[in-house]
Design a protein. Structure first.
Length: 452
């Protein structure tokens, strides 16, 4: 991994907290500055504005011959009482008027608001005011929330916006830093163990990446050792099966020479048994070689080939097999494209294994139905024989290696490798194989497809 300056999660989170605190502080400073600007420009009256104006108008109200409404400062309401408590004028009424008389008489106020008493000869002028900022505009004072409440709403909304925006930024940063970890996990999931791990810039994530990288290397080494062991095993099996053919050839050759000499009937019968067994052993050896090659992935190179060539090759080999087994084959061919991208040898060998199985389980004089089709680059082959069909167990396990359905489809050359090889070849080409019993012939039905 490349060297990048690492930060811990705690440090990143502390930066997030400090950024949020700084944003809150900046919001508070901006709110106070905006409020002071509005106060200084006269758009908003300060909280003590009414109290100042009352102090300025106090002497004039006290010495005036008669108190009128235009003498009362703005943002204030008033009431005039006689010495015995009779209301003489003003715009205060109801409960507020009662509180005003208590203030004038006892100098005690209750409820909201503040009161200032101006003592005049034979009367009291009580002025009610509040110590809160107010809009200069009468329309705003009447139809809008107060400046103090408005600033509180601005602070709440601004604070919420700060929390959401910084949280989103923090989440995106963490998600971006997590990308190397997610990519590493995804690569391992896809079995791509040759990638190079990058750094995230966060210590905890890089420690995790380092552990993942160690696991990747260990897994890669383990898989390589396992693959090498499989390769060695398959080569040994293939070599052993091939070496068996040499002494087997000697046995068959000598048995055939003996058969040409003068022998008793019993000796001739024994020679026939030897030849048949030798042929069976040779078949076993060839099947082992085929199984080793299929597991080894040999001849699995896809290339552009003529569709007709594949069909013709299969047809030619199948016709020869049918003649040797004294059976009949009914063909159906359908193709849409002249060429197809396929692993030629794998396709032919897999299909011929299926046809050979069908021939082994069809009695002499019987019929095998084969359908060969190419559609949109996909090769499909359907083979139906006239045997006894698959048992329930064979339908479940028929494509497993060395499975032999002795109860339903027994035969002298059935070794449980043909269908396994066909399945392996189909899956390596992106296709599949399906086993069923034919309703038309009563025998087995095998469908196999290969995708390009």
């Amino acid at each position: 991994m490349g060297r990048i300056r690492n930060h811990t999660l705690g440090r990143i989170f502390m930066g997030y907290v400090l950024a949020m605190l700084g944003a809150f502080f900046l919001l508070g400073v901006c709110t106070v500055l905006a409020f002071n600007i509005l106060v200084n420009t006269g758009s908003i009256y300060p909280a003590n504005y009414a109290e100042q104006k009352i102090s300025e108008a106090y002497d004039r109200i006290q010495s005036a011959d008669e108190v009128t409404g235009d003498m009362i400062p703005p943002l204030c309401r008033y009431i005039i009482f006689s010495a015995d408590g009779e209301k003489l004028g003003g715009d205060l009424s109801g409960h507020s008027a009662e509180i005003a008389w208590d203030v004038a008489n006892h100098r005690q106020a209750s409820g909201n608001g503040f009161y200032k008493v101006v003592i005049r000869p034979k009367e009291y002028v009580v002025i009610r005011y509040s110590l809160t900022p107010q809009y200069r505009s009468a329309f705003l004072r009447e139809h809008f929330i107060g400046p103090q409440d408005f600033m509180a709403v601005v602070v709440i909304l601004g604070g919420t916006a700060i929390i959401i925006s910084l949280s989103v930024c923090f989440g995106r940063k963490i998600r971006r830093k997590m990308q190397p970890v997610m990519r590493a996990v995804e690569r391992i999931k896809e079995q791509d163990l040759a990638y190079e791990t990058s750094c995230s810039g966060i210590k905890e994530f890089d420690d995790c990446l380092s552990s993942i990288d160690d696991m990747r290397i260990a897994l890669k080494d383990s898989l390589e050792r396992q693959w090498k062991a499989e390769q060695d095993k398959n080569r040994q099996i293939s070599a052993l099966a091939h070496d068996i053919k040499t002494p087997l050839t000697v046995v068959r050759g000598n048995a055939e020479l003996l058969y040409e000499t003068e022998l008793t009937e019993e000796q001739q019968k024994n020679i026939v048994y030897i030849l048949d067994s030798a042929a069976q052993i040779e078949n076993y050896a060839q099947r082992l070689i085929d199984a080793a090659r299929s597991a080894d992935g040999g001849a699995n190179v896809s290339k552009e080939v003529r569709t007709e060539d594949i069909f013709s090759d299969i047809k030619k080999q199948a016709e020869g097999l049918a003649e040797a087994c004294n059976i009949k084959i009914i063909w159906k061919e359908r193709q849409n494209s002249e060429t197809v991208n396929a692993a030629y040898d794998q396709v032919v060998r897999a299909v011929m294994n299926i046809i050979q199985n069908a021939a082994e389980h069809t009695e002499e004089g019987g019929t095998i139905h084969i359908v060969m089709e190419e559609k949109k680059g996909e090769l499909t082959f359907l083979v139906e024989d006239a045997g006894r069909g698959f048992t329930e167990e064979a339908l479940r396990h028929g494509t497993e290696p060395f499975f032999m359905d002795d109860t339903g489809r027994s035969g002298g050359a059935h070794y449980g490798i043909g269908l396994f090889f066909a399945k392996t070849a189909a899956e390596t080409c992106g296709g599949r194989i399906l086993l069923a019993n034919s309703e038309e012939t009563g025998g087995a039905k095998v469908a196999i497809c290969f995708r390009s």
